[in-house]
Design a protein around this ligand. Structure first.
Ligand code: TTP
Ligand code: MG
Length: 393
């Protein structure tokens, strides 16, 4: 029996806005287009949902349900939400390498192999909710079930700020009273087609034979029948399958200033390192790529004695590689990537990281959490800030 978690943040963008501004806490919050303009509600807080406001609703309709005098209307701040998302995913990665993000605010986890280490699936779910609440001051809901489909339906039922465990023996009775709309892919049209067959609840699907459903609905009938019975053997596919991870950029005009190139490398190293830590990976090799003004491209790499996951070490290594190249040739593109990726192993971590790396790692981990609170630009090494003040950011 597998143990699958579906973690989904509650009213994600609205909860972040609420966290950022104590003055609006508890008020009905709508994130999306500005009142009086065209556009839709991206999301809204549960307090706003009481007024009937929903995601994807035209903002004009939201304003009729919830006048701006009674609620708080805010624009979307995507980069803030994305940086918080990275921290949410980093918390999830503490409990298993098998994390499959579906969007910024939700992911599946297979925690079967983690139970020895962290406790049973429910305990892991509680710990995750606790970590997210404590470290990010945000609410999350978690569904726990034998497979993805049931876990996702369960997290939906647990909302807001809840947890729901559906044991294998209870899957059928859990699903039976729910609307067929709770099955992903069943939209208004399919709902109407099912209704014509006398089917409105998942239990109605359970009561039919798969042959009957296929005869009436076509091949989709078989899928609906399987899902209605809670049969779903899709694996959780982790997002760190990638063999290397990097960043590169092409300059608008060629650059021959060494310092500017280094600044660029430092910035990329930060992003790459942040991502490595989020995915609980360490890198054994650093690659540097340069394309010169004449389009000749050179790559250099260096394998490290001990795997790294800090911007400091990635940057130093890339800078050393850069130092060996001809400083006079104007550069058109520069890139850095981390390769030889492997999982940071909680137990092995102690001896894997050399001391200087360990110190840098503590500092950068601390920066990760500030980054989540204040967005990517909340924290930057002093050198990058200097650069920004020069108007060169
Ligand atoms: P959801 O998880 O669907 O919604 P939510 O987190 O706001 O609320 P809840 O899960 O508690 O029901 O989506 C996550 C974020 O994705 C959401 O905060 C805003 C964004 N989003 C869109 O941009 N467009 C959409 O149509 C939806 C539904 C969400
Ligand atoms: Mg959500």
């Amino acid at each position: 029996m597998r143990s699958i978690l579906h973690v989904d943040m509650d009213a994600f963008y609205a909860s972040i806005e609420e966290r950022e501004n104590p003055a609006i806490r508890g008020k009905p919050i709508v994130v999306g287009a500005a009142p009086g303009y065209r556009g839709v509600v991206t999301t809204c807080s549960y307090a706003a949902r009481k007024f009937g406001v929903r995601s994807a609703m035209p903002i004009s309709r939201a304003v009729r349900l919830l006048p701006p005098s009674a609620g708080v209307y805010l624009p979307v701040r995507m980069s803030l939400y994305a940086s918080v998302s990275r921290l949410v995913m980093a918390i999830l990665a503490r409990y298993t390498p098998l994390v499959e993000p579906l969007s910024l605010d939700e992911a599946f986890l297979d925690v079967g192999a983690s139970e020895k280490l962290f406790g049973d699936a429910r305990t892991i779910a509680e710990r995750i909710r606790g970590d997210i609440r404590r470290e990010l001051a945000l609410p999350a809901s978690v569904g726990v079930a034998p497979n993805k489909f049931v876990a996702k339906v369960a997290s939906d039922s647990a909302k807001p700020d809840g947890i729901l465990l559906v044991e294998a023996e209870r899957v059928l009775e859990f699903l039976a009273p729910l609307s067929v709309r709770r099955i992903f892919g069943v939209g208004p049209e399919m709902e109407a087609a099912l209704k014509r067959e006398g089917i409105s609840l998942i239990g109605d699907l359970q009561a039919r034979s798969p042959e009957d459903l296929v005869a009436r609905l076509g091949p989709i009938g078989a899928t609906l029948h399987a899902l209605a019975r809670g049969d779903d053997d899709r694996p959780v596919v982790a997002d760190h399958e990638a063999k290397s991870h990097g960043h590169e950029t092409t300059f608008e005009s060629d650059v021959s200033d060494r310092r500017a190139l280094e600044t660029c490398l430092l910035r990329f190293a930060e992003d790459v390192a942040f991502d490595l830590r989020r995915r609980r990976l360490v890198a054994k090799t650093v690659h540097l790529k340069l394309r010169y003004h004449d389009f000749t491209t050179v790559t250099r790499d260096k394998s490290l004695e001990r795997p790294v996951q800090t911007a400091k070490r990635l940057f130093e290594t890339a800078r050393d590689l850069l130092a060996k190249l001809d400083p006079r040739r104007p550069v058109r593109l520069i890139g850095i990537s981390a390769a030889g990726l492997r999982h940071e192993d909680a137990a092995a971590q102690r001896f894997l990281f050399a001391n200087p790396e360990e110190r840098a790692l503590r500092v950068e981990r601390a920066m990760d959490s500030i980054r989540g609170r204040y967005g990517k630009d909340g924290v930057r090494p002093a050198r990058l800030l200097e650069e920004d003040q020069d108007g060169d950011g």
